[in-house]
Write a protein that binds this ligand. Structure first.
Ligand SMILES: Cc1cc2nc3c(=O)[nH]c(=O)nc-3n(C[C@H](O)[C@H](O)[C@H](O)COP(=O)(O)OP(=O)(O)OC[C@H]3O[C@@H](n4cnc5c(N)ncnc54)[C@H](O)[C@@H]3O)c2cc1C
Length: 290
């Protein structure tokens, strides 16, 4: 397995900025996220305070960032990182489809929308999962629940329906989900809690309770404490120093994930600083390894 100099988690303004700077400094990079970069930027109607681009629509800023990445030959790996493990002088990144290695990591994953549900984190790995691709095989022939935070999770639910007996699909969005498998039942309701009872997982909605063997909570981002064991956090944010370093050597963070204000320009600036600090860290690491 090849080891990258810098792995960047997230393709919003912070991740893109970190990738451009790291590439400029001639480092091998892995940037993991989405080809459409950032939902938040896409949803921004007009951005009035981005220097040099007055009154730019979010989708135009995304298009400009994509063009910039393409012009520097930076390719996005479309994956979701579920765990990052510090292995001493490198990191292992567990993704839905593959595992990657990098000497340093920059977390630019944006801030998680909403808090985890009561019982969600406590039962993770015991009837709650964040990754259908990783854990589906454990539930062959069983009943599963998918809490889907966006339409792209419908594909994950269809995949689970191939392996498992039944999928209860609870969308948190307005649009009507579209499924062909007939063992998927769509249930509407506002999620309140997840609890374990008699070896089953119970998703409590405002309308009813859904009982199955596991609840897959599928949203775009994972809370930072869950992503990296031992990472120092403050609520939904990662604690960083001014150079964007965290309490784990070689691990940096940038953008909304480090705290308010949630702004494009702040995210871009922090992505730049994180990449330059990662470059200095790599230089020191190389000296130590000589
Ligand atoms: C409607 C709206 C309007 C706004 N208007 C403005 C404005 O006018 N001016 C301004 O400055 N700011 C504005 N903002 C805020 C701005 O969009 C954010 O501050 C900015 O997008 C944060 O950038 P980021 O890179 O930190 O995170 P994000 O843009 O949130 O990007 C993070 C990316 O990481 C991905 N990701 C998360 N977890 C993982 C994982 N585990 N594995 C792989 N990928 C992952 C996410 O899917 C996402 O693509 C607005 C936001 C909204 C929602």
């Amino acid at each position: 397995m090849s080891r990258y100099d810098i792995a960047i988690i997230g393709t919003g303004p912070a991740g893109v900025s970190a990738a451009l700077t790291a590439k400029n400094r001639n480092k091998s990079i892995l940037i993991i996220g989405k080809k459409e970069l950032s939902n938040k930027v896409l949803k921004s109607h007009k951005i009035l305070n981005y220097p040099g681009l007055p009154d730019i629509a979010g989708e135009d800023l995304v298009a400009a960032m994509r063009k910039h990445l393409d012009s520097m030959g930076i390719e996005i790996t479309e994956e979701q990182v579920t765990n990052v493990y510090a292995m001493g002088d490198y990191f292992a990144l567990q993704c839905a489809k593959e595992m990657y290695e990098a000497s340093t990591v920059i977390i630019a994953s944006g801030v998680m929308q909403g808090k985890p549900l009561p019982g969600e984190e406590a039962n993770l790995g015991r009837g709650v999962s964040y990754c259908a691709t990783c854990d589906a095989a454990l539930y062959k022939g069983k009943e599963t629940t998918v809490l889907g935070y966006s339409r792209k999770e419908e594909e994950e639910a269809s995949f689970l329906a191939e392996l498992t007996d039944k999928v209860y699909y609870v969308p948190t969005y307005q649009e009507d989900p579209e499924f062909s498998p007939d063992n998927i039942e769509v249930i509407r309701g506002i999620p309140k809690e997840i609890r374990r009872e008699d070896n089953k997982s119970v998703l409590v909605l405002d309308s009813r309770e859904v009982v199955s063997d596991v609840v897959f909570v599928l949203r775009d981002s994972v809370s930072p404490g869950q992503l990296v064991p031992g990472l120092e956090t403050e609520g939904a944010h990662i604690k960083t120093a001014r150079d964007m370093s965290t309490n784990i050597p070689g691990l940096f963070a940038a953008g909304d994930i480090t705290g308010t204000p949630y702004q494009d320009a702040k995210s871009v600036g922090e992505g730049n600083v994180a990449a330059l600090t990662a470059v200095s860290y790599l230089t020191e690491l190389a000296k130590k390894q000589k």
